[in-house]
Design a protein around this ligand. Structure first.
Ligand SMILES: [Zn+2]
Length: 251
């Protein structure tokens, strides 16, 4: 194989790997934001339960005040009993007492229902609090994982940059310039494999004479359509390098 072509293929592999690493690196902040949102959602659920507990308590206090008012009235009725003079007056007073007791019973029934509800809310609150703790725990572990991933990707980018620098030094400056220009203009794919008789990047059918030249791998041949540098991949190989087939499909 033409040595310059071999170097170009190696450079493309390094640049594609770096591009993938950079893309993964760029996805990390969004992943971190999603983790923050998970905690926020658990905390929002907890404060919604707290709000329901506060509402329940406020309603209970209001009912207890009403009960106190009725108790005051009942006490006054009892005092009044002694000064009642007629049977009719006495019957009327008993009737008033009965009505007041009925109202009090109804209020106390409502208070009981609210107390039962308060127990349920307390249980829900405990669940919500545990969910916040669990979310914080999981998010902490996931954050550590993200940090590890970031460090690994940065290290990989460093290694790739070093390897690239070494390979780039092997090329004529003019050819390197052309390669880098193609990279920028062609979505980071400057070198593409031949795929049958079509360009592996833009998938346009090549003229037979171009295909023939590419198959020999002994010179720099470019696609008539996309101008990418073409090469013939080894035939017997059952596609061990899935990365390069992925990247050429993106063109
Ligand atoms: Zn092409």
């Amino acid at each position: 194989m033409n040595p310059a072509l071999e170097t170009l293929i190696a450079l493309q592999q390094l640049d594609s790997a770096a591009e993938t690493a950079r893309r993964r690196l760029n996805e990390l902040p969004a992943a971190a934001t999603a983790l923050d949102e998970r905690i926020a959602a658990a905390e929002a659920a907890l404060s919604a339960v707290d709000q329901r507990a506060a509402d329940n308590q406020a309603r209970r206090h209001a009912l207890e005040k009403e009960v106190a008012v009725i108790d005051g009235r009942l006490a006054r009725f009892e005092e009044h009993k002694a000064s009642v003079k007629t049977n009719q007056e006495y019957t009327a007073l008993l009737h008033e007492i009965e009505i007041a007791r009925g109202s009090k019973d109804a209020l106390e029934e409502q208070i009981l229902i609210l107390l039962e509800e308060a127990d349920m809310i307390a249980a829900e609150r405990e669940n919500a609090r545990q969910a916040v703790d669990a979310a914080k725990h999981e998010v902490e572990a996931a954050r550590r994982e993200l940090a590890t991933k970031q460090a690994a990707l940065e290290a990989e980018l460093g290694r790739l940059a070093e390897a690239r620098q070494a390979r780039a030094a092997e090329l004529e400056p003019a050819l390197l310039y052309r390669y880098e220009q193609l990279l920028r203009q062609r979505r980071m794919i400057a070198v593409a494999p031949l795929d049958g008789d079509v360009c592996g990047a833009c998938h346009v059918r090549l003229r037979p004479v171009v295909t023939q030249h590419v198959r020999q791998n002994d010179q720099i041949v470019t696609c008539d359509n996309c101008q990418r540098i073409l090469y013939a991949p080894p035939k017997a190989d059952p596609r061990p390098d899935s990365d390069s087939s992925n990247s050429s499909a993106q063109a």
